[in-house]
Design a protein around this ligand. Structure first.
Ligand SMILES: NC(=O)c1ccc[n+]([C@@H]2O[C@H](COP(=O)([O-])OP(=O)(O)OC[C@H]3O[C@@H](n4cnc5c(N)ncnc54)[C@H](O)[C@@H]3O)[C@@H](O)[C@H]2O)c1
Ligand SMILES: [Zn+2]
Length: 366
């Protein structure tokens, strides 16, 4: 098992990565000083169906465990769901101290983490991400949130977990679409940091289902290292460092919002966003034709784009860009790739350039 430390003084924690990383869960929780607490697990019906018994076994050391389930959809990342979870948690915690375990993908992680942040002004929580996207990205860094109807993650907090347990075994049951969802974030890491990730993606076979667990463990490790080092430098996202992780997200979130969070996964929005933002960068003379070509090739190789056909309107997508949290004084800011391995933050991109890039990116969608 590999360990990555996220060094944030008293809020530091470890990310444990590997096949079977969650086998020693009781020991991990005990080392965190949580043995005398009672766990509240937040997950969804699908993840429980596959893994509830296994998790129950791994939590056998705890006398009382509360298992909570939320609907399996981005739409459950809402204030409404939080308010429904509070009552059973209140009842359960009447006579004991609790901590939360988020067990699932980014939806459950963001939602459960937000509940942990606000319940009694904060209780400890541990992330056990079960999707590729959550292991490489959302479970790390303490950004927890729910969505509002006019934008994603608009109600949230920075609240670091006490540990992240990324067990590669959980990835074996993911449908292909969810692996692609995570691959979009992995492509993002490949572009924004000086790492081997982009080369690995270029050299590997497109048939990612056949990749061995060791390859996934290496990739999760590399992405976790990049994310940890960025979060350490800019925990609260106010130094223009952490913003690099939003590569592809200004347009990606707008695509998700425009599509009502239904037909498009987060990763599909991000893949489309990376493509469109790379085109913007090229139109502005920042990204070379060669690097733009490499980025487009990788996104197409792994078929990461959404299958958005009619109903997807660039004008509508553009209208949601102004709600982006990175916007300052109403002017949207883009993280644009400068080259493979380097990004730049650019404000005030001309609306015509955005429209042109959205049309070009749309031309790659089947
Ligand atoms: N907090 C952050 O820093 C951050 C970063 C990136 C993304 N996010 C958020 O993450 C969310 C997306 O997360 P996601 O892509 O993991 O989606 P998700 O949580 O909806 O999970 C995707 C699907 O996979 C299923 N699933 C989960 N684990 C499984 C397993 N092991 N086997 C089979 N099926 C499994 C889920 O039930 C769901 O149907 C978005 O809300 C996004 O905003 C947050
Ligand atoms: Zn993302």
């Amino acid at each position: 098992m590999q360990k990555v430390t996220v060094s944030l003084k008293e809020r530091s924690y470890e990310i444990l990565i590997g096949k079977g990383a969650s086998i020693g869960l009781s020991g991990i929780l005990s080392r965190l000083g949580l043995s005398s607490y009672s766990p509240v697990v937040v997950s969804n019906p699908l993840v429980y169906k596959i893994y509830r018994n296994l998790l129950q076994d791994r939590l056998a050391a705890f006398k009382d465990v509360l298992f909570l389930s939320v609907p399996d959809s981005e739409r459950s990342k809402s204030w409404h769901t939080i308010s429904k979870l509070v009552r059973p948690v209140l009842d359960f915690s009447r006579d004991k101290s609790i901590f939360l375990i988020t067990f699932g993908g980014g939806v459950v992680g963001d939602l459960g983490g937000f509940l942990a942040a606000i319940y009694k002004r904060g209780v400890p929580y541990v992330q056990i991400p079960t999707t590729l996207l959550a292991q490489v990205d959302s479970a790390i860094g303490g950004k927890v949130a729910v969505d509002l109807s006019n934008g994603k993650n608009l109600l949230g907090a920075f609240y670091q977990p006490r540990a992240v347990v990324s067990d590669i075994d959980f990835l074996s049951t993911l449908p292909e679409r969810e692996i692609k969802n995570g691959l979009a974030e992995i492509i993002k890491y490949g572009i924004l940091g000086k790492s081997k990730i982009f080369n690995i993606l270029e050299e590997s076979t497109a048939d990612f289902v056949s990749w061995p667990a060791e390859t996934w463990a290496d990739i999760v490790l590399m992405c976790s290292c990049i994310k940890a080092s960025i979060v350490e430098k800019d925990e609260l996202d106010n130094k223009d460092i952490r913003i690099a992780l939003n590569l592809g997200h200004t347009i990606g979130h707008a695509v998700e919002t425009a599509c009502g969070y239904k037909s498009v996964t987060h990763g599909e929005g991000v893949a489309f966003g990376i493509l469109a933002e790379s085109v913007i960068s090229n139109l502005l003379g920042i990204l070379s034709e060669v690097d733009l070509g490499r980025i487009i090739k990788i996104i197409l190789k792994y078929k990461c784009l959404p299958a958005i056909k009619k109903g997807f309107c660039p004008k509508r997508v553009a209208s949601f860009i102004c709600y982006d949290k990175k916007a300052k004084l109403g002017i949207s800011r883009f993280v644009l790739p400068k080259s493979i391995g380097e990004t730049e933050v650019v404000s005030g991109v001309d609306a015509g350039v955005i429209a042109q890039s959205l049309e070009k990116a749309k031309s790659f969608v089947n």
